[in-house]
Ligand binder design. Structure first.
Ligand code: FMN
Length: 356
């Protein structure tokens, strides 16, 4: 994997869709010897080329742009104005709690993957990582032709096999401990919850592509464990989310770093798709709304509440994605985290060799 992407360390900063990704975080990680990734899932296609250009100015090294292959759980035509208004009525207590107006019925809820992928191929970043499915043969071929390294994500061994058969260059094995969305695409996310320690070697035994372990890794011990399981790299999300270079609000970073983020829950209530985060008032209000709209509509419906929480520095009505290893977080600077991981891995492997 390090050869494939010319990396000094087999460490990937996981992408963050929907806001917390920054060009500063991506380039800091890539300049420190890892692979920075930008979550572009919520970006308009026309924003992708300027983003790639911006990151290229900040680092000469490899980085990845990440998209979601499936962008709509039901077609936009099914989200009629009547259905939209009914959803707003159900979420009324949540809007009132944060003092915001519900969002307007939009012309479009979200761009499609195909539109975004076309823009991404045009921009040709060094790597393209994706979740929630497998891009078409045409898109993967265009990546190969342009030298864009493709990185797919699997929540189950069956998904890893499908990605391998499609010929992707690397596979992220995403264990159920991970923060953010559960990226299963062949079966329901709730039935695809395999822990990292079981998932990684099961996938390694079955695929040709190099495997990157993700989920619950937050320090050098986790990276060594991933390597011992046969992975060629480790992807960390929550640990990078807490660094000053990430775009997460400061109060969310403090929450992650204060050692209290021990309890996380899986919920569909905040976006319509299953994701892991810290339970709070918003989750209770959204859970209490007795019907959850599919992705991306639930996400769109909650957007003004999340914006207000951000503006007001509140964590009770914010979306607090977080993995299970948050209590291990120590580093506030992304470069320090990469260095600590690299030095810690050397030390642990050296100690193991001495013992042996
Ligand atoms: C706030 C947040 C947003 C995320 N968004 C994405 C995304 O858009 N695409 C993706 O592939 N992974 C996404 N992830 C997953 C991370 O990239 C990474 O795989 C995961 O956080 C690893 O598990 P960990 O949190 O235990 O370190 C997100 C994670 C978090 C915490």
């Amino acid at each position: 994997m390090t050869d494939l992407l010319s990396l000094r360390y087999p460490i990937v900063q996981g992408p963050f869709g929907g806001g917390p990704s920054t060009a500063a975080l991506v380039s800091t990680v890539s300049n420190a010897g890892g692979l920075g990734s930008f979550g572009a899932q919520s970006l308009a296609p026309e924003a992708i080329l300027p983003l790639v250009e911006e990151i290229r100015e900040l680092t000469p090294h490899s980085f990845a742009i990440n998209l979601w292959v499936s962008t709509h759980d039901v077609a936009e035509a099914e989200m009629t104005r009547e259905r939209f208004d009914a959803a707003i009525q159900r979420l009324r207590p949540a809007y009132e709690a944060s003092g915001v107006e519900p969002p307007p019925y939009p012309e479009r809820f979200s761009a499609t993957f195909e539109e975004q992928a076309e823009a991404l191929i045009e921009a040709s970043p060094p790597a393209f990582s994706f979740v929630y499915g497998i891009p078409s043969e045409g898109i993967l071929r265009a990546c190969r032709e342009r030298g864009i390294v493709s990185i797919g994500a699997a929540a189950t061994p069956a998904e890893a096999l499908a990605l391998d058969e499609a010929g992707v260059d690397a596979i992220v094995a995403s264990g159920a401990e991970a923060g953010g969305h559960r990226v299963a695409f062949l079966d329901e996310a709730g039935r695809s919850l395999v822990g990292t320690i079981a998932l990684v070697p099961t996938i390694v035994d079955r695929v040709r592509a190099p495997v990157i372990a993700a989920g619950g890794i937050a320090d050098a011990r986790g990276v060594v464990a991933a390597l011992a399981l046969g992975a060629e790299g480790a992807q960390l999300g929550t640990a990078f989310l807490a660094t000053e270079e990430s775009g997460a609000p400061p109060e969310q970073k403090e929450l992650l770093l204060d050692g209290t983020a021990h309890r996380t829950e899986l919920t569909r209530a905040l976006t319509g798709r299953l994701a892991r985060g810290i339970p709070n008032e918003l989750l209770e209000l959204a859970n209490g709304a007795d019907a959850i709209e599919p992705f991306p509509y639930q996400s769109y419906l909650l957007r003004p509440i999340l914006q207000a929480a951000r503006d007001q520095g509140r964590t009770d009505l914010a979306k607090l994605w977080c993995g299970q290893a948050a209590a291990l977080l120590r580093h506030r600077r992304a470069a320090d985290l990469v260095e600590a991981l690299a030095a810690g891995v050397d030390e642990l492997l050296g100690r193991a060799a001495t013992t042996a």
